[in-house]
Design a protein around this ligand. Structure first.
Ligand code: ADP
Ligand code: ZN
Ligand code: ZN
Length: 665
């Protein structure tokens, strides 16, 4: 008699045994349909064994082994095991979260035409067009990485915007393909980078390039996964979830914009794709390249300590391009009308006269962040969240940007009946309106999540910009990432100050990265760019560093602060979070959890529970408890023991989870 040991998507630590006489060891890594409780579920076969610890007559039989897809490799299972241990989730939870949705059910996949083995083994890249003569710095970077092509190593490719980082990894990938190996490239948001896909297709016309991201149709995503797994795809390009793509001949990993917050998943399996990618590179014994103009403080510190190899690209690659000049306008002395100061208005006017483009950056969509009654002090709040409702004037709605709730804009104050309600503050819609008033002849294009709802609409807008059909772009971070517009020579940052004094200790790090990124949009092709930054705090170290494009100086300031305050990367953290209808219930659970923390906790600090910054979200109250340790290993040991205890706390009204290396509070 034979037994399967199956990983199932439930928060229980063990594997589940089933009888299955038709099983062979080749079935390890196959999906399998098994009865579980009163349901049938798809799990993954982790072992095939001759005996079970349970008596055979008590065990149920597996329904069907799903052999329509190749079994997951031992390496893949090992990676899932690592994530299960590190992120404190069951192996089944990890595996099923990592599989494409289409493979989480038992419906057989209709066979698609597979390329022959022959095809797969052939080095696919024909000699490609070498467009540029590489700069000395690019050459040095490529040489160092190529020199250890067969060994694990983390390379931090630290280069200013436009310094040719993409070019560096495209060349490295060419080398990988020539050896018949596969490359995995992770980017923050694939929906924003159709340009990158095009660049890949142009550069590697003979290669099969697979894209993996969450907005894809299920069938296409599963087909891409299968092509990667069979080895017929040479390149996988995707967002964080692509880190789990099965790649039997993986030769190189690239994480572009490695500091980007989107690499951390904030629900179900809360993993950091960058960190998992590093673990994967180590297991495979291959190099991984982390690219950024503004690396995360974690990576920066590793590079300083010599654990990562630091490769610098200090200048823009194109001889005719220089970093933009950043100028500050002190809005305490240069009063701004409708958010646009005199000097910024003048600079925009000059661009209009020269038919050049301007980008105005404001990371707040909607018309105004809140509606208020000046008579009684009422403000528009969300009933379900501890957040304000944002005024969306065009749709005559108040909307919650956290839970999505919407209501008509009231005609009168719900508290005192006052008819004169005022929108307070400024979002992209309002900015668009005031720019239209000031520059009646300019063609203004607003780009934020409200105007770019649908797939394709972003690409269409990019095309309009490139065709010169817009003079002024108003937008949120959507515009900050990775797009160069040849004719854009001015960037205006109108209202960034709010981010300076945020309670989240990661806020300044993110803000610097974002502003450096958006500044990098200006002046890439022969025309020097200018950035105008409106602020009430021109002496703030963040802005001072931005003016000098001095990431290193600012990183040092932030690292010193973090060391003094004992924040990551100097300590390691985990958050235990609880959600319930009332905050007292959530806090009560966390207090009970704290009393059950392992007593043997050398070097581990358990802090008092507290409500989260956004205390109520979609009607649920949220609290958290932070655990800190000076060693990752100690933290891991602590969490493993603690998690077993947590499962035994009776709290039916509470939903809870652990978040290891949390990035949001
Ligand atoms: P990054 O990824 O650092 O922002 P890219 O690789 O996108 O930079 O390069 C920026 C621009 O410079 C692109 O237009 C690219 O084609 C060009 N470029 C890259 N390397 C070179 C080079 N060695 N010589 C000339 N132009 C280059
Ligand atoms: Zn009122
Ligand atoms: Zn809400």
């Amino acid at each position: 008699m034979k037994f399967l040991r199956v990983a199932i998507d439930v928060p229980l630590p063990q594997l589940f045994d089933y009888r299955c006489d038709e099983a062979a060891t080749e079935d390890i890594g196959c999906r399998v349909l098994v009865p579980f409780g009163r349901k049938k579920v798809v799990g993954v076969i982790v072992e095939v064994v001759a005996r079970s610890d349970h008596s055979a007559d008590k065990l149920r039989s597996a329904e069907r082994i799903l052999r329509d897809v190749l079994p997951l490799s031992a390496e893949w299972i090992e990676l899932a095991r690592f994530c299960s241990g590190y992120y404190q989730r069951s192996l089944g939870e990890v595996m099923l979260a990592a599989l494409p949705p289409r493979l989480r059910n038992a419906r057989p996949l209709r066979a698609t035409k597979q390329k022959s083995d022959d095809d797969a083994a052939r080095p696919a890249a024909p000699p490609f067009v070498e467009r540029h003569r590489l700069t000395a710095e690019q050459l040095r970077a490529i040489d160092s990485i190529s020199a250890s092509a067969q060994a694990f190593g983390v390379f931090l490719l630290f280069g200013v915007t436009g310094s040719g980082k993409t070019e560096v990894y495209l060349r490295l990938i060419a080398g990988v393909l020539a050896r018949g190996a596969q490359a995995l490239v992770l980017v923050p948001e694939i929906a924003l980078t159709p340009a990158l896909q095009t660049a890949f297709r142009e550069r590697f016309p003979g290669a099969t390039i697979v894209v993996q991201h969450s907005a894809m149709a299920e069938g296409a995503r599963a087909r891409g996964w299968i092509e990667a797994q069979s080895g017929s795809a040479q390149i996988v390009l995707g967002t964080r979830l692509a880190v789990f793509a099965p790649l039997p001949r993986l030769g190189l990993l690239v994480v572009d914009e490695e500091q980007d917050p989107s690499f951390k998943q904030q629900e179900s399996l809360r993993y950091s794709a960058r960190d998992v990618a590093i673990v994967r590179a180590r297991a495979a014994g291959i190099p991984i390249v982390l690219c950024s103009a503004t690396p995360s403080l974690e990576s920066w510190r590793h590079a300083q300590a010599g654990r990562y190899a630091l490769l610098r690209l200090s200048r823009r690659a194109r001889a005719d391009s220089a970093l933009p000049e950043v100028r500050m306008v002190d809005t305490r002395t240069d009063a701004s009308r409708d958010g646009i100061s005199g000097p910024l208005a003048q600079a925009i006017g000059e661009r209009l006269a020269r038919s050049e483009q301007t980008l105005i950056f404001l990371n707040r969509r909607g018309y105004a962040p809140v509606l208020s009654c000046a008579k009684c002090g009422w403000i528009s709040g969300c009933k379900r969240c501890s957040a304000r409702l944002v005024v969306h004037l065009k749709d005559r709605e108040l909307r919650c940007h956290h839970c999505g709730d919407a209501a008509r804009i009231p005609r009168a104050c719900p508290e005192c009946g006052n008819l004169d309600l005022q929108p307070v503050g400024r979002g992209t819609q309002r900015l668009e309106a005031s720019l239209a008033e000031r520059f009646p002849r300019a063609r203004i294009l607003r780009m934020d999540r409200d105007t770019v709802r649908h797939r394709g609409s972003l690409e269409a807008m990019f095309a309009r910009i490139e065709a010169g059909e817009a003079d002024i772009l108003v937008g949120t971070q959507i515009l900050a990432k990775g797009h160069h517009f040849e004719n854009l020579t001015l960037v205006g940052v109108v209202d960034a100050d709010a981010g300076l004094y945020a309670a989240d200790y990661r806020a300044p790090e993110r803000m610097f990265a974002q502003l450096e990124q958006v500044s990098g949009r200006a002046g890439r092709a022969g025309v020097p760019g200018e950035v105008i930054l409106q602020t009430r705090y021109p002496n703030h170290p963040l802005y001072q560093a931005l003016v000098r494009h001095d990431f290193e100086g600012y990183a040092q300031i932030l690292l010193d602060e973090r060391r003094q305050a004992e924040f990551p990367p100097y300590v390691f953290e985990a958050a235990l979070r609880a959600e319930a209808l009332g905050i007292d219930v959530a806090l009560g659970f966390l207090r009970a959890a704290a009393t059950r923390a392992p007593s043997e906790r050398d070097g581990v600090t358990v802090y008092d529970p507290s409500p989260m910054m956004l205390e109520r979200l979609a009607g649920r109250a949220r609290a958290q408890l932070i655990v800190q340790a000076h060693s990752r290993v100690r933290l891991q040991l602590f969490l493993r023991e603690w998690r077993a205890e947590l499962a035994s706390i009776r709290a039916p009204a509470v939903r809870w989870h652990l978040d290891v290396d949390p990035t949001e509070f």
